[in-house]
Design a protein around this ligand. Structure first.
Ligand code: SF4
Ligand code: SF4
Length: 412
């Protein structure tokens, strides 16, 4: 049995052996065996739509004494919750902004967080009983900017179908097609941190959260022993705009987050869990209306294909459908390109493009003798592979040490 302390000593002298979850799985798939002495750290990751994201900001907006109480605050038109600290008399407003708050159906908290983190100027409007204060600022003039999730990085998730009539849903970009004619799913399968972990993650685990060093602060809301998720926090000043963004569904806006977690390989059980392959990871198929189970498959059905999305302008017939529909605003049909920072490889464009200009292996869900095509992915496996690689490089050069959790998940 190794210890985190021993692994950290190896990280510091740059002798630790680090594999990404994909590298480990590829070795297992090739038939080679890997022992506890062959690897010290496995880097895991997930990227995708994650509800339950909020930012806490403390923003200087005026000189002291200019106002004593802010009633409403908007950032780029997105409404914030004022408080909890009542320190407006010093010209500072403390705010909580929900990732699902929205200015309109195409711009919300996630889009705002992306703009703020990439250093763009943000319009701030403060309404007091006496006056309206307007100013523009960037994150450099925001001394406190902390992101927190109440529920994120689920231990994989579900596939959904809609046996009823077509209807709006937080799980679909256009209305969710009825009659089980299409499927959507979430979860990065064999890259997923909680799926690959066997008791090493807990409160105090150091992670990469949207590119910044962050920490697990406990389990998230609705976390259960068989379907855990995490509550995380990190300073937004260290985050990267390419790791976070907004996502527009047919029932409102949400946030795309990126989380990478190192798994210390301390013993054979931990290594065995970290070696789990897509085909060994169950993907329940649920009725989107009732969240009741209709069947089950596994992640090899949905990630055994090309996880990235590409665009071929030659095949575009310029009908503008996808330009209107891209849930992250990543696709610019005029410029004929996908913005790699914004795109989350959801594949919606692959499903709606009439010219077949987009390509990705979207996969399908087998259900009761039917093969139901996947039209949307809530998780970005290509992005997760890149994240796990990013964390591996940090560990290899000795700039990311592992932490011993103060309390492991599920401990009373
Ligand atoms: S995969 Fe297509 S629809 Fe999805 S974010 Fe990327 S460009 Fe937009
Ligand atoms: S849907 Fe396809 S064909 Fe139509 S504008 Fe978009 S890329 Fe071009």
């Amino acid at each position: 049995m190794k210890t985190i302390e021993e692994i950290n000593r190896k990280i510091k002298d740059q002798s630790a052996i680090v594999l990404t979850a994909k590298e480990l799985c590829d070795i297992i798939r090739s038939g080679e065996s890997v022992g506890v002495d062959d690897v010290d750290v496995v880097t895991t990751a997930t990227r995708g739509v994650m509800s339950g994201t909020l930012a806490i900001l403390s923003i200087p907006v005026a000189d002291p004494g200019v106002f004593s109480r802010a009633e409403q605050v908007f950032l780029n038109g997105v409404p914030a919750h004022v408080g909890p600290c009542p320190n407006e008399h010093v010209g500072v407003v403390d705010l909580v902004i929900h990732g699902t708050a929205q200015r309109d159906c195409r711009y919300g908290g996630g889009h705002l967080f992306h703009d703020l983190i990439r250093g763009a100027e943000i319009d701030v409007v403060v309404r007091t009983p006496e006056k309206e204060i307007v100013r523009a600022l960037s994150i450099d003039s925001v001394p406190f900017a902390r992101m927190l999730t109440t529920r994120s990085a689920y231990r994989n998730y579900y596939a959904f179908v809609n046996p009823g009539d077509q209807a709006p849903s937080i799980f679909s970009v256009a209305d969710f097609g009825g009659g089980c004619r299409e499927a959507v799913f979430g979860g990065c399968g064999e890259l997923n941190p909680l799926e690959k972990d066997h008791g090493t993650i807990g409160t105090g685990t150091r992670v990469l959260f949207n590119g910044a060093t962050g920490y697990v602060i406990g389990e998230g809301t609705r976390s259960t022993s068989d379907r855990r998720n995490l509550s995380l926090t990190a300073d937004m000043h260290g985050m990267s705009g390419s790791h976070i963004g907004g996502f527009t569904t047919s029932a409102g806006v949400d946030v795309i987050n990126s989380v990478a977690v190192p798994i210390p390989i301390l013993d054979a059980e931990i290594l065995s869990a970290a070696s789990r392959l897509d085909r060994e990871i169950e993907l329940p198929v649920m009725d989107v209306r009732t969240r009741s189970a209709l069947g089950r498959t596994d992640y090899s059905q949905v990630w055994g294909h090309d996880s990235g999305v590409t665009f071929d302008q030659v095949r575009c017939v310029h009908c503008t459908v996808c330009e209107v529909d891209c849930p992250t605003g990543a696709f610019d049909v005029g410029g004929g390109r996908i913005d790699g920072d914004l795109c989350c490889n959801c594949g919606h464009c692959v499903s709606v493009c009439v010219g077949g200009a987009f390509t990705a292996g979207m996969g399908s869900i087998p259900l009761h003798g039917r093969t139901i095509p996947i039209v949307l992915r809530h998780s970005d496996r290509k992005g997760a592979i890149k994240l796990a690689d990013e964390l591996k490089k940090l560990v290899e050069v000795g700039s990311f040490l592992l932490t011993e959790p103060v309390e492991r998940l599920g401990e009373p």
